[in-house]
Design a protein around this ligand. Sequence first.
Ligand code: IPM
Ligand code: MG
Length: 360
Amino acid sequence: MSHKVAILPGDGIGPEIIAEAVRVLDILSAEYGLAVEIEQADVGGTAYDAQGQPLPDSTLQVAREADAVLLGSVGGPQWESLDRPLRPEQGLLGLRAELSLFSNLRPAILYPQLVDASTLKPEVVSGLDIMIVRELTGGIYFGQPRGVRTLDNGEQQGFNTLVYAESEIERIGRSAFEIARKRDGRLCSVDKANVLEVSELWRQVITRLAEEYSDVELSHMYVDNAAMQLVREPKQFDVMVTGNMFGDILSDAAAMLTGSIGMLPSASLDRDGKGMYEPIHGSAPDIAGQGVANPLATVLSVSMMLRYSLDEAALADRVDAAVGSVLDSGLRTADIASANTQTVGTREMGDAVVAALQPE
Ligand code: IPM
Ligand code: MG
């Protein structure tokens, strides 16, 4: 049976990096029998320019009908002054919500070849392998009411609502416990239970769930401390689980430990394992169109897609190995370059990955 993959290149460097990921899918189908049907659609600012909406119905349709979605990136300065519902980010948030992609997996892995790219000391980060599990369809990102209102004194007041129902906490908790079980068996739940009622409930529900996962060692940490521990001693963590906004922030911090946000993929999954895959870096408008962006996070997103949604773990291993061997060969895009490496552009990096995937 053929896998249906929706490809949404989006804005900025999105189209350039997605093009390299598509070449990886192409060689997997040409050489390794991957049966894949690709359909492309617009999202983000590009979709707004072409169709007046960051998430056109036709795009949502393509995404719904696919087994998995591969997304480049959205956003750019030219769309920042649009009304909020028309901004590129709404394309992303709309896909997450409409497809119920509540479980966001953000690995932060330090490739041994890139240990010098980190701003932290090698002994602090070498061997780093953390998985952040971020709740993605609830919390303050989606809570109602929200808006800007005028107070009696004429002053404006902005407001958002942080809400989590037990069932939402339980399902993201299960995702995280299941993942921890397949890794080192340690889960750290991050909250702000010393201040927020929502977090108190979060902690109760996660603690209750732990009874079903006695093989996983659960700990709890306040988010401010977690941010500090991530830069102090990041290797203490195996899996972290947290709400939408804390996860947004902590995952950027964790990404930077690895030296390059240009290396990190992500998966956003629904309850049945359907998923959307994207590099965790943004659209990088400053370098868009120059052919210098790092395509490896997107290539590694293809690997996650093969593993988590398409049930093609052996091919995922091949892609991971190809990326490893390209790094071994000393090729680097500008974002991960260091002394004694050879700097190449997006296309050359894609060429190298494709070459590494050629059968002997
Ligand atoms: C991310 C991004 C998004 C988020 C933005 C672009 C809406 O920062 O995926 O982490 O805040 O979730
Ligand atoms: Mg973010």
